[in-house]
Design a protein around this ligand. Structure first.
Ligand code: PEP
Ligand code: MG
Length: 582
């Protein structure tokens, strides 16, 4: 009998899954192919083999596009375009062929060599986005490899309902199949939390672990028992009776909790002493509207629009942007939808072929968000036009990211007015009273929020960036993750300042960073005077439960207690005690 073994990876989508292994592929690394010399006469044959495999791979990818389009929508189907464009890159065409010709080596060796080089380059990058893209190269490379050596991968279609997939890698469309087959989760060797496969698993709610190197080389076979603890990023192979009991119990509790939370759907999000706290959602794609409606949230507080610009080789048209915004606005009506204009850095725009995009050393502090928008004014104006047009179809607000000075806020207002005049001239309808807001996510904006809030209709605190900039802690760097402290006194003071400054101008304050989704912080945020909390749909009911069990007066006392305790240890104690009560 096999012994229990615990392995650790990265949790991609939270949850617990208990099931039997479906091992998609045994540990074998197609990317480490020993050098094989070929004769001069074989070069042509080798290159033909390669070209045929390239074409076949492209055809297979395009064939899956329809399926993705149906299951996940256009933005995910566009990923396939990105995969195809990887295959069309000169690395896969000219360079590999040149190596075969010049060094007289097999195509397998030339390709593995090139793939390893580029994957290593991406993985060594400090930028999470590029790290995530190495998985795409992996996926495409493996497909191509299999077509060259004619090796079939075991088919996911054969996976039984209830199984847990273990593989070297999965493509986003594999995850759809897995969901259709009622598989319970998956574990793969590659990937980070921001890889496409992780994003898709979060969208579909499939517990999953990524980046678990060597999992397919473990002593595992089909039908072995396995547990995924995707809260902790843990995989337990051959769990003991005791472990199984523990996780069955945990799973049962999670289901019960889910049922209990569902009963809160019809209740309003107000405190015991009847202070209404707005409770809305963050979404990253239009598909997620259904999850927002499922938890009966009262609107969308942050609709990130980056998905419309990344992983593609041409800019979206104004109509393409408009159609998505219109869909979300109409589906959510009469509830408000706050559309945030794109917050991307030049790193993510590189494929779009915009002129003057150059790599930067610190993209987080570089030409991103509103700064990039000002530089590419036409691209920015097209997005504002699309948002304004959609505002006629629902209850739309517009929000701008990463402002750091008054001049930027004035420029935003000027551009919005310009677009409004253009639309009026063209007889195009829009909501003339559309509310305009900015995100407060730089310390400079937080400190001058008294002036900024005079010039806009609302503000929303983006704590993800505000914390990283205030504490000088890169939000993506695991080496300093323990210093990323949302309850740092400086952050609490900043939130207090933002709320007081905005309220003095009678402007509401929302909070939409990840911090807002932590139930341990809800009472403090209420006590600080936040008007609206915006979180992923999966967190809405958990937060509502805390709001409904808190009184405003209690929350205010808690905040006073924290501010008057001058010692961080004491603050930690107070917070720990509060967390215990949840
Ligand atoms: C934030 O910075 O808190 C935020 C919500 O924006 P993003 O995570 O998209 O940078
Ligand atoms: Mg931000």
């Amino acid at each position: 009998m096999k012994k229990e073994k615990v392995l650790n990876g990265i949790a991609a989508c939270e949850g617990i899954a208990i099931g039997k292994v479906f091992l998609l592929e045994q540990g074998e690394n197609l990317f480490f192919i020993p050098i094989k010399k070929i004769s001069k006469e074989d070069i042509k044959k080798e290159i033909t083999r390669y070209k045929e495999a390239l074409e076949l791979t492209k055809k297979q990818l395009i064939a899956t596009k329809e399926r993705i389009l149906k299951a996940l929508g256009k933005q995910h189907a566009d990923l396939i375009e990105a995969y195809v464009s990887i295959l069309e890159d000169k690395l896969f065409t000219r360079d590999v062929i040149r190596m075969v010709e010049e060094q007289e080596v097999s195509i397998e060796y030339a390709l593995s060599n090139a793939l390893n080089r580029i994957i290593q380059m991406f993985e060594m990058s400090d930028d999470e986005y590029f790290k995530g893209r190495s998985t795409d190269i992996h996926d495409v490379g493996r497909k191509l490899f299999r077509n060259i050596i004619g090796k079939e991968r075991k088919s996911l279609e054969k996976a039984k309902p209830g199984s847990i997939i273990i593989a070297h890698t999965l493509n986003p469309h594999d995850v759809i199949i897995l969901k259709e087959k009622n598989c319970r989760g998956f574990v793969i060797e590659v990937g980070t939390k921001t890889s496409h496969v992780s994003i898709v698993s979060q969208g579909l709610g499939i517990p999953s672990i990524v980046g678990l190197r060597g999992i397919t080389s473990e002593d595992i076979e089909d039908d072995d028992e396995v547990i995924i603890d995707a809260f902790k990023g843990m995989v337990i192979l051959n769990p003991s009776a005791e472990t199984k009991k523990k996780y069955n119990e945990m799973h049962r509790r999670l289901l019960e909790e889910k049922k209990m939370l569902t009963s809160l759907i019809t209740f309003s999000s107000e405190t015991i002493d009847h202070k209404k706290i707005g409770l809305v959602c963050n979404i990253d794609t239009p598909k997620e509207v259904e999850s927002v409606l499922a938890v009966a949230a009262e609107g969308i507080g942050l609709y990130r629009t980056e998905y419309q610009y990344i992983d593609r080789t041409s800019l979206p048209s104004e109509d393409e942007l408009f159609n998505d915004y219109k869909y979300v606005a109409e589906r959510m009506y009469p509830y408000p939808v706050t559309i945030r204009t794109f917050d991307i850095g030049s790193d993510k725009l590189s494929k779009l072929g915009l002129e003057g995009v150059i790599p930067e050393n610190v993209p987080a502090l570089g030409l991103r968000g509103i700064r990039l928008a000002f530089k590419y004014r036409d691209v920015f104006k097209a997005q504002i036009r699309a948002i304004l047009r959609a505002s006629y179809r629902g209850n739309v607000k517009i929000m701008f990211p990463l402002v750091s000075c008054i001049k930027e806020v004035e420029e935003i207002n000027k551009i919005v007015n310009e677009v409004k005049s253009e639309l009026t001239k063209e007889d195009i309808y829009f909501d003339k009273n559309i509310l305009i807001g900015v995100m407060i996510e730089t310390p400079s904006a937080a400190l001058i929020c008294d002036i900024i809030s005079q010039k806009v209709d609302f503000v929303s605190i983006g704590t993800n960036d505000l914390i990283q900039f205030t504490l000088a802690v890169d939000r993506h760097n695991e080496n300093v993750a323990d210093l990323y402290e949302p309850l740092h006194l400086s952050i609490l003071r900043m939130i207090k300042n933002i709320v007081e400054a905005s309220h003095s101008n009678k402007k509401p304050v929302s909070i939409c960073g990840e911090m807002a989704a932590d139930v341990g912080f809800t009472k403090i945020l209420i006590g600080l005077g936040i008007d609206e909390i915006s979180v992923p749909p999966s967190s809405v009911l958990k937060i509502k439960r805390v709001i409904r069990s808190t009184s405003l007066s209690e929350a205010k006392s808690l905040v006073e207690e924290i501010f008057s305790a001058n010692d961080y240890r004491r603050i930690e104690e107070i917070i720990k005690k509060e967390r215990h009560k949840i």
